[in-house]
Structure formats: C-alpha cells, structure tokens
Design a binder for this molecule. Sequence first.
Ligand SMILES: Nc1ncnc2c1ncn2[C@@H]1O[C@H](COP(=O)(O)OP(=O)(O)OP(=O)(O)O)[C@@H](O)[C@H]1O
Length: 320
Amino acid sequence: MIKVRGLAKTFKARRTAVPAVRGVDIDVAEGEMVGFLGPNGAGKSTTLRMLATLLRPTAGEAVIAGCDLLSDPGGVRLRIGYVGQGNGAGTGQRVREELVIQARLYGLRPAAALLRVDELLARYELEALADRLVGTLSGGQRRRLDIVMGVLHRPGLVFLDEPSTALDPQSRNNLWQHIRSLRDEHGCTIFLTTHYLDEVDALCERILIIDDGRIISEGTPDGLKAGISGDLVTLATIDPPAAAAAAARIPDVQDVTVDGPHLRFRVPGGDAVVPELMRVLESYGNNVLSVQIQRPTLDDVFLTLTGRSLREADAAPVPS
Ligand SMILES: Nc1ncnc2c1ncn2[C@@H]1O[C@H](COP(=O)(O)OP(=O)(O)OP(=O)(O)O)[C@@H](O)[C@H]1O
C-alpha cells in the first residue's frame, strides 16, 4: 500500500538548509496499522505531508495506494484520507453542512452525499451535534469530525498526524476505538504519527522509529522491546551490596546497581529469575522487602538506540 525509497525533504529557512527528512524507506502492506514514532522535530509530519501529496519531496520516490507520488499526485489524493494536526473543518459552518460540502467536493451526488454523511455522523457519535457550529465542539468531538472529513470518500489508506494530541484520557480512548474500527471494520490501512508511547502500544502492530530525519529502527512493539536487554528488576533488601553480588552471578544479568536500599538489574525473563534469587538471598538471612519487575517500554527502546529518552528528547529544543 505504501512503498517509499530514499524520500527526503530539505527546507530553506533564512538561507540555511534544514534537512527535515534525510532519505527514508517505508513499506506498508494492505490492512496494516503502522505507527511512525519519534520526538518533536524528528520529521514525522514532514514525511506524512509528502506521502499525502501536500509537500513536494526534495528527493526520492514513492508509490502510494497504487499511484506514483510524483507523476500522479491526483490519483494518490483520490485514494487516501489525510487527517492533519490542524482542524480541517471551518469553525463557522454547521457540522452536517460542512460534511455535505466536503462530500460534494469528492464528487458524491446530493442524495448520496447526505446518506454518506448521516451514516458517518452515526458511526462517529456525532449525530446529536449535526446542527451545531463546528467552532463549538469539544477537542475530542473535533478530532472525530476531522476523521469523518478524511474518510468521506472511502479511502483504502488513511494518514493520521498525531491524532490524540491535546485530548483528555477518556476522549483519547474513544478516539482510539474509532481508529481501530477504521481498520477492523472497514479494512483501511492506517499510517499514523505520534510521540505518545501509549498510543503506539494501544494501536499499532508495527512501528517505525524516526529520529533526526532518519528511520533508526522498525518492528513490532513486542519485538522491539524484546530486542533490548530484558526486564528491569528492582529489589529492596536488608543488605543490598550482598544481594548485588548474588545477582551478578546469575547468567544474563546486566547493569547491576545499588541505590540506597534498592538493588536494580536487567535480565531477560525477570519472572523466572527473581524467585530463585529470593530463595538464595533468604537462605542466608538477606530478607527481601519488596520486588518490582518492569517490562521494557518503547521509551527504553528509544533510549537504547539514541542514548536519550523520548520524553527528554521532547523536552529539548526542536532543531531548526
Ligand atoms: N516549513 C518549514 N521550514 C523550515 N523548517 C521546517 C519547516 N517545517 C518543518 N521544519 C523543520 O523540519 C524538522 C522536522 O519537522 P516536523 O514537523 O516534520 O517534525 P515532527 O516529527 O512532525 O515534529 P512534531 O512532533 O513536533 O510535530 C524540524 O526541525 C522543523 O523545525
């Protein structure tokens, strides 16, 4: 559904070149739900806008939904839906009116446009708001309306740029259900950008991680997590240095540290290792006071790949 080779974009800003995307290769099969994860300024939106024909690449080639991005952008536009970060609908219009105008722009006849709009208003829980001014909708309602705008013409591929930014937890969960149903019930291929780790964990079966304009890793969330150095185990004991010495003798244990009453280490399959370690420690009176086993997160994956946390990267100034 998406095949991209060497796609790049360099902006010119005040006579300096800003290499926002430095040559990315992307393959997405029909029906996949793929997340494009990276910190602020990594190049996610720029890539998405190129794939959605909104920005001309500086270099590279792509076939999107069967059409060549450079020679047939019109064909691409007919086959994709794009839900950007800004709100697509005009604030002064009423919800149903705005959708009907959009459906007519996609070439639907008046009766078919009304039918399609009413079907989508019902599906996205916007029926009761059909006659409200767009500007009076809440953030979550606006995002649902944006999605409806993006799928009116039944695209097979939908691009979503940071879909749940600025939504409260309940609205995010509701939005995620709607995004899942786009794929599960309507067979859409979904490609979404995000810098929220929980969003990729909740929605995506495959992730591409981008940093500084380059894709630095890709795989399933579980595969990427399994590729790093195991679970983080934190034990509180009455003699942490002695516990550290015992832990260090276990095969595959890494990164053993002592911090006050706490001993920390990483080991694959922490669930299996910890009971045995506890038996050894307690056999010589080094009682274990508490145990915590944390599975690796996608942030640990990013930290392992780049030496920084995604959260730190987001807090850092955006390169320009
Ligand atoms: N029109 C532009 N002119 C100059 N530089 C730009 C322009 N648009 C984006 N950039 C720069 O390109 C880089 C990538 O930006 P982009 O918006 O693609 O990142 P992003 O990963 O989507 O970030 P965010 O998560 O904040 O949306 C950044 O350094 C940004 O400042």
